[in-house]
Ligand binder design. Structure first.
Ligand code: BG6
Length: 491
């Protein structure tokens, strides 16, 4: 990692910069994984001097160590409004000075870490001031644009945003972030599935009964009411993180691990997710809102924004045809957990029937976080206990497991460290391509349409958003969604 870079973080005083970007940058610095010449410019509305901003970041990182003081020398601040030219002009002066100092055109990264309603204004100004063209404003294309989710509000706005990006940047300059792709446990799915030849033959409807994915957070909207209320959990995590988790399970082996082959395989899997038509939304998608949501700061008192969603879907590929995927995501759940369970068809052999097969059979659970690891639940014979046991055969279930902390002494790099490192080196493998996003928005937009049809109809009173209490796994309808098929949520 030797090429100098300057990263401009738009929205540098916001949540993402505070909780993810600066911690990851400082961690990379401590690991000596940043180049000798790097510059970070925070760009936001509030007024700070460079030094004040450095102190603010230090406080947020809870450090005043000498190492932080060294790191902070590379951090600057530029005050500006996203929709006013002035700030961008000051930015150009600052960027030119860095180029002069290094004596070359430094790679420029523009990181859009703002709420999405600012994207248009920022893109307009990057274009009109020619900042988008890089060093010398016109002489080079040596820039990259990093854009965070939510990428649009529905299919139409996502396509519109994509068109706008394509007018200004080439595809190789655009990094659309879904930080779940940067998680070690998500990346490991490729190795797990395709480096271990034993799984491929059983990874199909012939052996798999169904798949479950749970994305649960104990916290509520945690001070992000303003952002969340306009978005909801469907757009906030289902459109992106959940779709990517489904893709890791459903995708076929990529032709190679080259960027476009991996992205092709992911895109095909997402494209194969069968739409839930608006008319089926009421029976296949459950939306819930935790009790007390209306009292959260910056949330509308009559908000119908969902904080929980559960759905049953199918991936229409030869491998998975007919295998239901039950997925759920929610805030204020009983625990923090993101996991995927592959539930195999219960085949406890006829020979064992008279001894009692355990109700549940083989389940492979991939714990994305926390307690990162993989467990395979198996049926085993209970050891004979001469004092209490009856002679004969008794069966039970046991777990065979691997966890990151035992094997590797930790869970590996933080997702944003991986994401940033790949941006610096220009590797787009773990970033969304527009066709992946388009497919996932097509799927999600049908659900949004179904909800808005219900909302505007007389059925709304009967089918309106369901409440659940903090610490519950969503409304009871989420349990019914799976139980009516004779199955149960795991965990
Ligand atoms: C973000 C969502 O993309 O992912 C948040 O906007 C959510 O609502 C977060 O809390 C979860 O990320 P992680 O890495 O903490 O699991």
């Amino acid at each position: 990692m030797n090429s100098p870079f300057v990263m401009v973080i738009f929205g540098a005083t916001g949540d993402l910069a505070r909780h993810k970007l600066f911690p990851a940058l400082f961690s990379l610095y401590k690991q000596k994984r940043l180049p000798e010449n790097f510059y970070i410019i925070g760009f936001a509305r509030r007024v700070f001097s460079d030094d004040d901003f450095r102190s603010l970041i230090g406080e947020q990182l809870k450090t005043d160590s000498p190492e932080y003081a060294e790191f902070a020398k590379n951090v600057y601040y530029e005050q500006g409004l996203f929709d006013e030219k002035n700030g961008y002009e000051k930015l150009i002066e600052r960027l030119n000075k860095f180029d002069e100092k290094v004596g070359a055109c430094i790679m420029r990264l523009f990181y859009l870490a703002t709420p999405p309603d600012n994207y248009d204004a920022i893109l307009d100004h990057l274009l009109s001031t020619k900042l988008s063209e890089g060093c010398g404003q016109g002489s080079s294309k040596w820039t990259k644009l990093v854009i965070e989710k939510p990428f649009g509000k529905d299919l139409e706005t996502a396509q519109e945003l994509d068109r706008r990006l394509a007018e200004i940047f080439e595809e190789k300059q655009i990094f659309r972030v879904d930080h779940y792709l940067g998680k070690e446990t998500v990346q490991n799915m490729l190795a797990f599935r395709f480096a271990n030849g034993i799984f491929d033959p059983i990874w199909s409807s012939k052996y798999i009964d169904h798949v479950q994915i749970t994305f649960a957070e104990k916290k509520g909207v945690a001070g992000r009411g303003k952002f969340f209320d306009g978005v909801g959990i469907l757009r906030d995590v289902a459109q992106n993180h959940l779709m990517q988790l489904i893709a890791t399970v459903a995708m076929e082996q990529p032709k190679s691990f080259m960027k476009e082959d991996v992205r092709d395989a992911r895109a095909k899997a997402i494209h194969a997710i069968k739409y839930i038509e608006p008319s089926d939304v009421s029976s296949r998608v459950v939306r819930g809102q935790y009790a007390g949501y209306h009292d959260e700061k910056d949330v509308m008192k009559d908000s119908t924004t969902e904080t929980f969603v559960a759905m049953k879907l199918e991936v229409d590929t030869p491998r998975f045809s007919g295998v239901p995927f039950y997925v759920r995501a929610g805030k204020h759940m009983p625990k923090d957990t993101v996991e995927i369970s592959i539930v195999f068809i219960q085949t406890c052999h006829i020979l064992f029937k008279e001894y009692g097969c355990p109700e549940e059979g083989n389940v492979l659970t991939i714990r994305i976080q926390p307690d990162e690891g993989i467990t395979l639940r198996m049926i085993a014979k209970k050891p004979f206990d001469s004092a209490h046991g009856k002679p004969g055969l008794a069966l039970t279930t046991v777990n065979m497991g691997f966890n990151y902390s035992d094997e590797f002494g930790g869970k590996g790099a933080d997702a944003y460290e991986k994401i940033l490192t790949d941006i610096f080196s220009g590797d787009q493998t773990l970033f969304n391509r527009s066709d992946e996003l388009e497919s996932s928005w097509e799927f999600i937009t049908k659900i949004l349409k179904g909800w808005s049809e219900v909302q505007n109809s007389s059925r709304f009173n009967r089918e309106k958003i369901k409440n659940y209490n903090e610490g519950e796994w969503g409304p009871k309808e989420a349990t019914e969604l799976i139980e009516k098929d004779g199955r149960k949520w795991i965990g």
